[in-house]
Design a protein around this ligand. Sequence first.
Ligand SMILES: [Ca+2]
Ligand SMILES: [Ca+2]
Ligand SMILES: [Ca+2]
Length: 579
Amino acid sequence: MKRKAQTPSEASIGKWGRGAAAAALAGILLAGCGSEGPAAEKAKTSETNAAVEEPSESAGADGRGRARVGSGETKTQVREQPSTVYYEVFVRSFADSNGDGIGDLKGLTEKLDYLNDGNPDTHDDLGVGGIWLMPVQPSPSYHGYDVTDYRSINPDYGTLEDMEKLIEEAHKRGIKVIMDLVVNHTSIKHPWFIKASQSKNGQYRDWYVWAEDQGIAPSGTSAAGSGNPWFERGGAHYLGTFWEGMPDLNFDNPEVRKEIQDIGQFWLKLGIDGFRVDGAKHIYENLQSDRGTETTAKNATWWQEFRTGMDAVNPDAYMVGEVWESSAAVIAPYLDRAFDSAFDFSLADSILSAVQQEKDNNLAFTLERTHRFYMEKSGNRFVDAIFLSNHDQDRVMSRLGKDENHAKMAAALLLTLPGNPFIYYGEEIGMLGTKPDEHIREPFAWKADGQSQTQTFWEKPAVSGETRAKANVQTQTKQDDSLLSAYRTLIRWRNDLPALRDGELASADSGNPAIVSFTRRSTGQNVLVLHNLSGQPQNVSLETAVLSDFRNIIRNSGTGAAITKNVVSIPAYSTVILE
Ligand SMILES: [Ca+2]
Ligand SMILES: [Ca+2]
Ligand SMILES: [Ca+2]
């Protein structure tokens, strides 16, 4: 299932919009001599056009925006976000193949049918179209976010051959495989750092950031919130933005940038479909005092450069950045021909807050405007990356105080909104988890009694164990009203309905504060989504102009949804979709 490697010129001609434009922009920003030739010229022209185009009418440089004649409207663009449901896997905790209690790649491969069996007619799988592997490279840490060898697999998890087999089996089932790319820093035990710290004149010295070498004071506060990030080694201080054990790489050094490109290309050539980019904004944002538009632009330029290198191997590689920010203005530069997506941390908070309050908080209204802004900034290439929680946050079921109805409504919101939804492993069975980090990454629960062949047991389920009798795959598979069944149903809806999967979002006021309502419109379909967040049945009148197009209930998750005399009744804690 390996993809054919293209030469850089083939790739940039085939996709000048992103690749060569990034190179051209990088050239301009670095005041260097950017790539010239027809592709670069074309890209510059498109840059110029983008600045003067009327964004709301623009079809975008790649023509993804599609003309559509809507009911009663003049010609408008549908800005689709072609989407895939992803599942975030912590390999150590997911499935064990050899009985040592540590999850591994073979165990994950054996369990792919749980995620998607490749057959759309069977409904006892989740139906996801992608997995995100948390770091799988050798590392002294249990979590792997400090890498010691970027081109091999952690021996706990298996071998490169196991990875190739996983990719092959995943692709057979229509599952893409993306992996964590952790390159802001290495492990302190990486051979590069060991050499760098041993000699001031060695080859790798300048691969890291040494205060004394750069003539700056080893003081200041880390932009990642970890205090003073300077640590002493052999009489000099190196930078560790996240932690003493994670020395930052020096991205001002062209050798470092080239090496990181090579590493990315290595994995794409192996068949990996893309990357989740860890700590993307901390490449140059090391100290609090670095924060600002200049540093953001420098980060974005580097990621555009990286993107160009990835496009040379696989122009379809997917890149989603961890840019942990709430300001759309700060996130937007990363969506300009660098990443396809950035995780939507603000939306995650909005969803959880709405389901807890059982009240619409205008999340669709805000989201519609945010998407419009990102579409303009990305030349219509943007696809949101939406989620409820990840491996750095307390688990959803814990945050929702074990309220299963609220967990179901959070899932329903997540899986009916635009963009690639990311489900954190265990979320679909309502596993509990509260910090410290080890306890939000506990062994996935396959069976009530823990006696599954593939059950991992590298750590005790200290937090999730409390509800394991209920929060496990075996128990919930047998129950039609379980959280797992709700996830399976919602993902199936999404896979079946083009508007729900790819459609553009528009908020649609229902006049009822307990209802979150919005439309999703794709080129060929327009649906109205109504979520009743409350514990009582609710009514929505279809008399208003915005809602009057919708007549038929095509999906509903509760019992008793109906339309009577232009009024939709929606059962407690349920979702209806109308066409
Ligand atoms: Ca194992
Ligand atoms: Ca299936
Ligand atoms: Ca850095």
